[in-house]
Design a protein around this ligand. Structure first.
Ligand code: PMV
Length: 313
């Protein structure tokens, strides 16, 4: 049996504005989906969902990936697939992409063909289409390559840098499942209504992302934190936030975070924060006291990879 793990992701800067052609930055984070594949009859089993009927809606992305591997790489089309994921579902952390990427990777490994990460990302994207219709492709790109990815108008550039070592990254899950399509539509409606003013806000959001790249390269944590807060304010202005997002931003900052913002579509989903290592524990504790699921996450700079089946991700 071959097993692969693939990381989830967060959006650090630029969500929503990216829809109108402005840049955004995503980061792969160390919460993983693990998929194991072995030859056999066709069976799909998820640790979270139990057995999945291959003809069901849930199985569509997996069947599409198996089909592509069979057509393009001559792999067989019957495998036993075991899926396990620690990434929150429906929170904007790229859980479906991580499963699809880990499946594509372990399938090609089991099949024994030569392949590149580009192949994995491309096949996983076909699975993503089954889940999301017309996704931007950032989730499967981040999950495949890991690290920081700058993207704009469908072009992805892996940044050759890393976040400063001395910061902790906190993810708080509001537990509110958002409807990404609806939030995106309503934000765009406000953008159109605002006219000149809307364009000015988006211009600033775009410049903020460029400034964030510089702050990351310089390892300037306080600048980075401040830019996160401003980014949250711009998202609030466009109607992408909700009471719970703003509350958790305050909660993190009041407990010593240097910056915090909603991440992804907003109106629920997740809030991310950065803090000095000395404050991280206190922030997570304060969030947990409020019954909020909060995690300390580490960046993942490796992306999808094989793992020994005896080692848990
Ligand atoms: O919540 P997520 O990670 O699915 O991100 C949505 C990001 C948006 O910018 C709001 C939409 C998009 O397609 O880029």
């Amino acid at each position: 049996m071959t097993c692969s793990i693939a990381p989830g992701k967060i959006i650090l800067f630029g969500e929503h504005f990216v829809v109108e052609g402005y840049p955004a930055i995503g980061l792969a984070v160390g919460l993983y989906a693990r998929t194991c594949v072995e030859e056999g009859d066709l069976k799909i089993y998820s640790r979270q969902l139990g057995p999945i009927d291959p003809s069901s809606k849930e199985a569509k992305p997996y069947m599409r990936i198996i089909e592509e591997a069979s057509i393009r790489y001559g792999c067989r089309n019957r495998y036993r697939i075991y899926i396990d994921s620690e990434i929150p579902v429906g929170a904007g952390m790229g859980s479906s992409a991580a499963v699809n990427v880990s499946l594509a990777h372990s399938l090609l490994e089991t099949c024994g063909v030569e392949f590149t990460k580009e192949d994995v990302s491309r096949i996983a994207y076909l699975g993503e289409i089954m889940v999301h219709g017309k996704p931007s492709g950032v989730d499967n790109t981040l999950s495949t390559y890991g690290g920081l990815v700058y993207y704009r108008q469908g072009l992805f550039k892996r940044l050759n840098t890393s976040l400063p070592e001395n910061i902790a990254l906190i993810v708080a899950d509001t537990g509110v499942k958002r409807d990404t399509g609806l939030v995106v539509r309503e934000v765009l409606e406000r953008y159109r209504r605002l006219g000149e003013l809307g364009r000015a806000i988006y211009e600033v959001a775009g410049r903020l992302v460029e400034e964030a790249v510089v702050a990351i390269e310089k390892g300037d944590v306080s600048r980075l934190g401040e830019l996160m807060i401003v980014n949250h304010g711009l998202l609030f202005a466009m109607g992408a936030s909700a009471w719970i997002n703003d509350y958790l931003v305050y909660k993190m900052i009041n407990n010593g975070a240097q910056g915090a913002k909603l991440s992804g579509a907003g109106r629920g989903g997740i809030v991310i924060g950065i803090a000095g290592l000395e404050n991280a524990g206190k922030i997570v504790k304060a969030l947990k006291t409020e019954k909020v699921n909060a995690y300390l996450v580490k960046p993942d700079y490796e992306g999808v990879r094989s793992i020994n089946t005896r080692i848990s991700p």
